[in-house]
Design a protein. Structure first.
Ligand SMILES: C[S@@+](CC[C@H](N)C(=O)[O-])C[C@H]1O[C@@H](n2cnc3c(N)ncnc32)[C@H](O)[C@@H]1O
Length: 260
């Protein structure tokens, strides 16, 4: 762990500009790969309640809804950026089958403080795409970033899951190579209906990507090796832990369960 500087305490995630920059992510082929891989691992069924942590514009919420044929009881989509609440409302108006009885709900919250708003044993599943490793905690006594908030979040995911419940999530590999993501996205440029917008979005994400990598090196964000992620999951009580590479090999997709 490295001592934090005052400049490094800025967090762009709650900003509307940052939220909007990542809405363009869904156009990138590596992201489509990750979305498809995550969807394939979600064991969602009719009547269940699911939580989408760090939902962004709601692509995983949409995937849950579609995979259940619109039969889930509720999806709570949580994010620290208010702009993503607006994106979620737009998504809720366009999903198929239509969400006539309002089963999708946005929760504006910062998961670095845990999931106090969610009762114990309340979800059959929790999903998260490239988000939970941004749980941040700073120890003023030791003057360094720690993994305490990340570990507390894993404990809380365990707490809010019903026995036998599933946790499916992706996290970046250590020191990810964004250029590899960009390179894999090149053919998306030629397929895009609006190549200029595509390039603009890709450029914005690369800029935030530089900040994210720098903060991960400081120990604030947690781009950890797969065996360390598995160790933290085991410590939280999870079992049946599996992982694979996705997102142009720059992210681990992980699935595990709370024991039945
Ligand atoms: C890389 S984006 C992924 C968005 C979405 N999961 C997807 O797959 O498209 C990371 C998301 O995590 C959210 N996030 C980051 N830190 C957060 C925090 N402390 N609490 C809640 N959400 C957070 C961001 O606002 C952003 O929407």
């Amino acid at each position: 762990m490295t001592t934090a500087t005052s400049a490094s305490t800025i967090n762009y995630w709650p900003d509307n500009a940052c939220a909007r920059a990542f809405w363009g992510q869904q156009e990138l082929p590596p992201y489509r790969e990750l979305l498809a891989d995550t969807t394939a691992w979600m064991d969602v069924a009719a009547g269940q309640r699911w939580l989408d942590l760090g939902c962004g514009s709601g692509q995983l919420t949409r995937a849950l809804w579609e995979k259940s044929g619109g039969q889930v009881e509720e999806i709570v989509a949580l994010d620290c950026a208010a702009a993503n609440g607006r994106a979620l409302r737009r998504l809720a108006q366009s999903i198929q089958p239509p969400d006539l009885d309002e089963h999708l709900h946005f929760l504006h919250a910062d998961f670095s403080h845990g999931l106090a708003q969610c009762p114990d044993d309340s979800f059959a599943g929790v999903v998260s795409g490239l988000a939970i490793h941004y749980a941040e905690s700073y120890d003023p006594t030791r003057r360094c970033w720690t993994t305490a908030a990340y570990e507390r979040l894993l404990d809380d995911v365990y707490r809010v899951l019903q026995p036998g419940g599933q946790f499916v999530f992706s996290v970046c590999v250590p020191d990810p190579t964004w250029l590899r993501v960009a390179f894999s996205a090149i053919h998306g440029f030629f397929l895009s209906r609006n190549p200029f917008k595509y390039l603009k979005n890709a450029y914005r994400m690369m800029r935030y990507g530089g900040w994210l990598k720098q903060q991960a090196r400081l120990g604030r964000f947690h781009y950890l090796p797969a065996d360390r992620v598995a160790q933290l999951l085991r410590a939280a009580g999870f079992v049946a832990i599996e992982h694979r590479l996705s997102f142009a090999r720059q992210a681990y997709l992980v699935r595990c369960r709370k024991p039945a």
